[in-house]
Design a protein around this ligand. Structure first.
Ligand code: NZQ
Ligand code: ZN
Length: 381
């Protein structure tokens, strides 16, 4: 078990009716908020009404920055930074899924920086400070509500890159599982795939797997994500399954599930971000295509031991091949695509996808060459 530092300052307020509690929390940070949200789901499920009433009741004015798109883009992020500056916003409030929270984080950091916000994403500048951020999560998937990362796409250059910095941890996140009752089935699937992807990246690329507690954290989270999702698919109104899923997805990428693993790599994510950048595919859908192929590559390169251990603990199967099949079966059952063709991505594009992925692979300091990425993608054909 390797040395590690675990620091996570985000306060989580979890459960029914918790979004209103963001009002007094936000009031402690300032008087004018930039309120960031997406295409309108929060207006249909009551989150907008509850949140804005809580802000107003606590003396917090807000300026709206709506229209964040899934796979949030740089131009809209820059607009948000300008709006926050013009209105002297001293805090940011985000309501929605990972895309909304990520764009809100980039805005919060961008406001405090003299240069262009993309500098944080291409490694030109470090995030040193950000406006305080408060989030109302409505889609369990990314863990953005309790981590220090954000992902933005430069839609012109077609680069989907990430930025990180302790200043990006939300100050408070309210997680009300009732908000997830309105999720379309495809987003339930995307969230399940993404949260599983977050724990398997570390588990399968660790430099030290003799970290018993983290091994068991990963197994438990995987079992919970799969069991919760199966219950949600059967009965979308199952509150306790929604609640379990929401907390599992948060824990999957708040740092807990990688403690002691030493250096790990986010290779499936690096490849997926290229798919999202080029085809605007949902992150979870892209991962469901990449992961089975990457597992096959992992099996050939590193042998069956990790797949066998994971499969026995999570799926109750014996062989590495059965573990890969179990992942694929679960993704399919949830309704996610598992091959490039199912997302209408032609195999003739594989060199282009791999070339695009190399940008992130180099930035994240990973050793893979383009030929290896092409090989993995061919297994996803
Ligand atoms: O825009 P609205 O109208 O809100 O609709 C959204 C959007 O269309 C909808 N939705 C969200 N909550 C809903 C709802 N619809 C009905 N009821 C609700 N309760 O769902 C759609 C997708 O939302 P989005 O935020 O894009 O999904 P997700 O949470 O999966 O976020 C994906 C983004 O996060 C990034 C991904 O790359 C992608 O850009 N990631 C962020 C990470 C991080 N910050 O740590 C890590 C991840 O690996 C990931 O890369
Ligand atoms: Zn992810």
């Amino acid at each position: 078990m390797r040395n590690f530092t675990f620091s996570n300052p985000t306060k989580i307020i979890f459960g029914k009716g918790t979004i209103a509690k963001l009002g007094p929390e936000a009031a402690r940070a300032g008087k004018t908020a930039l309120l960031v949200y997406g295409g309108g789901s929060i207006k249909k499920n009551g989150v907008y009404e509850t949140l804005t009433a809580a802000l107003t009741a606590n003396g917090v004015n807000f300026v709206e920055h709506s229209g964040v798109k899934p796979n949030p883009v740089l131009s809209h992020t820059r607009e948000g930074i300008n709006k926050a500056r013009e209105n002297n916003c001293s805090l940011v409030v985000a309501a929605g899924g990972g895309s909304v929270i990520d764009e809100a984080k980039a805005i919060a950091a961008g406001v405090k920086y003299d240069g262009d916000v993309w500098d944080f994403f291409c490694g030109k500048a470090e995030i040193k400070e950000a406006l305080p951020l408060f989030t109302a999560l409505t889609l369990p998937a990314t863990g953005s509500e309790m981590n220090a990362g954000c992902v933005i796409t430069d839609e012109t250059a077609k680069h989907k890159y990430s930025a990180h910095g302790a200043a990006l941890f939300p100050r408070v996140s309210a997680l009300d599982p009732q908000t997830t009752l309105t999720l379309p089935r495809a987003q339930v699937a995307n969230g399940a795939v993404d949260s599983l992807a977050h724990i398997i990246e570390g588990y399968f690329t660790t430099t030290d797997s003799d970290a018993l507690v983290t091994e068991e954290v990963v197994h438990a989270l995987a079992r919970s994500i799969i069991a919760s999702t199966n219950r949600i698919l059967k009965d979308p109104s199952d509150y306790n399954a929604r609640a379990s899923m929401m907390w599992s997805a948060t824990l999957a990428l708040n740092g807990l599930a990688a403690c002691g693993y030493g250096g790990t790599s986010f290779i499936n994510h690096a490849i997926e971000h290229s798919l999202s950048a080029l085809y605007d595919i949902a992150h979870g859908a892209g991962l469901a295509i990449v992961m089975p192929a990457w597992f096959k590559h992992h099996l050939a390169a590193d042998g069956p031991a990790r797949l066998e251990k994971f499969g026995a603990a999570v799926f109750g199967v014996k062989t590495a091949a059965e573990t890969i099949q179990s992942f694929e079966d679960f993704f399919k059952k949830a309704g996610a695509p598992v091959r490039l063709s199912e997302a209408n991505i032609p195999t003739s594009d594989i060199p282009r996808i791999a070339a695009n992925a190399m940008g992130l692979i180099r930035q994240w300091g990973m050793p893979q060459e383009q030929s290896e990425i092409e090989k993995i993608l061919r297994m996803a054909a």
